[in-house]
Write a protein that binds this ligand. Structure first.
Ligand SMILES: Cc1cc2nc3c(=O)[nH]c(=O)nc-3n(C[C@H](O)[C@H](O)[C@H](O)COP(=O)(O)OP(=O)(O)OC[C@H]3O[C@@H](n4cnc5c(N)ncnc54)[C@H](O)[C@@H]3O)c2cc1C
Length: 466
């Protein structure tokens, strides 16, 4: 990590340090000066560790539902420092987890209710953005998953199900939304919105403060316990303590194997000229990904760039979460190839940014939201790269659980869900390496032969149960 949180650091060094984390943080207008940190002990009703989407949505709904509640968010760096300020900006509906892992594979009604709740989260984010006037380029224009080989097209058709919230498009129908060479077909889902994640998460922090929450920055929690959070600089005592540190949870005592920290990396182009957008025919706000195993996800940004990401290289065995994992020449080159293949006109435009961050993958790839009333301890995370919308559900659910509200959300399958821990190193590391290598090799095989690669089956022990 950079200079230890809570210490003194030069404001302009810190500003540069935070901006270098992503295109989005880099583009924020106001200086990234941390809010004051904890300067002694503090009492409150709810202490939340982590100032990303999960922590801030939880604080937002708690203070909205009970304005008298004293809510304190403790953030080691600045709000949005983690993946919440770095992601692809896909606020997209869809179950984050495996129906089998949740035990609802045979319960169509519960599955459908859970799915509908994820769709509603995309709209709920839009409603908060409008209410709180958060200028984050929110645009709900849907998401298009493109297939450019026969195996990809087969996978899209196999994954499509009635009631899944999307529909398959022929190549001609898809080309009306964006022009991509060699399209076999695509799947369109209307339940998706584009956002600038840093503007959203930073705007959310301000909205929480307007509602009376306290956000402490440059305040590292060293242990999260019943009734208190010990921090560098003091202790926050609270009846309720919520852990919202997603992949960073693995740095806390006893939590190393809770998640596999898988890196996702991105690049962004300079703004494209209007004529290039015309050639692409890419409808503003439409999110685009593809059906490679190592798929890309892309957005047309509000200022006319393409920001495109994909899975990163395996993490370092001894330091799974490390700033050195945030950039990788091979992944950058792969993303540039994806960009050039899908959007050839953009290949001429310079790449201005390259960045990344760690996703939290639970052993069964299924998110969880937990609150134990007797100890007052709660947590949410494990979104496997889909936390933008899922964290909104998690935040609302945690608020309902803490306040004892008997809502539909508290009956969601992810509530109380427990995933078993990952195997100890080096198995977890080898699993991460196998996932990235095998999926990459399968993609190369399918691109070259137009035939389905069967080697992906070898990964079954490490992928979500069906
Ligand atoms: C490159 C990339 C692209 C992605 N793209 C998408 C996408 O397009 N759509 C999508 O849905 N999801 C995407 N994701 C995943 C998504 O960003 C995450 O699921 C989501 O942001 C998780 O939010 P969070 O608040 O739970 O965790 P985080 O954003 O990780 O926030 C946790 C916070 O806790 C703080 N913290 C950690 N340890 C401590 C401590 N000891 N004391 C105090 N504070 C601490 C951290 O500094 C951090 O700010 C992407 C992720 C990455 C990395």
């Amino acid at each position: 990590m950079h200079a230890s949180a809570g210490g003194t650091a030069n404001p302009s060094d810190l500003d540069a340090h935070y901006r270098s984390r992503s295109l989005w943080l880099d583009q924020l207008e106001s200086p990234l000066t941390p809010r004051p940190g904890l300067g002694g002990d503090l009492d409150c009703d709810v202490a939340i560790v982590g100032g990303g989407f999960t922590g801030l949505w939880t604080a937002y709904y708690l203070t909205s539902l009970d304005p008298k509640l004293r809510v304190v968010v403790v953030e080691r760096e600045i709000a949005g420092f983690g993946p919440s300020g770095r992601n692809g900006g896909w606020a997209v509906g869809g179950l984050v987890g495996s129906p089998a892992a949740y035990g609802i594979a045979a319960d169509a009604e519960r599955r459908d209710r859970a799915l509908q709740a994820t769709f509603a989260a995309v709209d709920e984010i839009g409603a908060v953005v409008a209410r709180e006037q958060i200028d984050c380029g929110y645009r709900r224009a849907g998401a298009l998953t493109i297939a450019t080989t026969a195996p990809q097209w087969l996978r899209l058709r196999e994954r499509d199900s009635p009631g899944g919230g999307g529909r398959l498009l022929s190549s001609t129908e898809a080309e009306a939304l964006v022009s991509v060479p060699g399209l076999y077909g695509a799947r369109f889902s209307p339940h998706a919105a584009r956002v600038d994640p840093a503007r959203l998460v930073r705007g959310l922090a301000l909205a929480c403060e307007r509602r009376g929450a306290t956000v402490l920055e440059r305040t590292a929690a060293t242990s999260i316990e019943r009734g208190r959070v010990r921090c560098v600089g003091g202790t926050v005592r609270a009846d309720v303590v919520i852990r919202a540190t997603e992949s960073y949870t693995t740095q806390l005592p006893g939590e190393r194997l809770r998640y596999l920290p898988l890196y996702s990396l991105m690049i962004a182009t300079a703004p494209l000229p209007a004529v290039a957008w015309e050639e692409l025919g890419w409808r503003d706000g439409l999110l685009i990904d593809d059906a490679h195993h190592l798929f890309f996800y892309a957005q047309r940004t509000a200022d006319g760039r393409i920001a495109i990401g994909g899975r990163g290289a395996p993490y370092r065995l001894r330091s799974p979460i490390d700033a050195r994992n945030e950039r990788d020449p091979a992944v950058r080159a792969r993303l540039q190839r994806s960009l050039a293949r899908a959007f050839p006109v953009a290949a001429q435009v310079p790449i201005t940014h390259h960045w990344g961050g760690p996703l939290a993958v639970p052993r069964d790839w299924s998110m969880s939201v937990r609150f134990d009333r007797s100890s007052g301890m709660g947590a949410a995370g494990g979104y496997t790269g889909h936390g933008v919308a899922a964290s909104n559900i998690a935040g609302r659910t945690l608020a309902d659980l803490v306040l004892g509200r008997d809502s539909e959300l508290v009956a969601m399958p992810c509530v109380g869900h427990r995933s078993r821990r990952w195997e100890p190193e080096p198995i977890r590391f080898l699993a991460s390496e196998a996932i990235v290598r095998t999926l990459g090799a399968a993609d190369r095989h399918e691109d070259a032969t137009d035939r389905t690669a069967t080697r992906v089956r070898l990964l079954a022990p490490f992928l979500p149960p069906h």
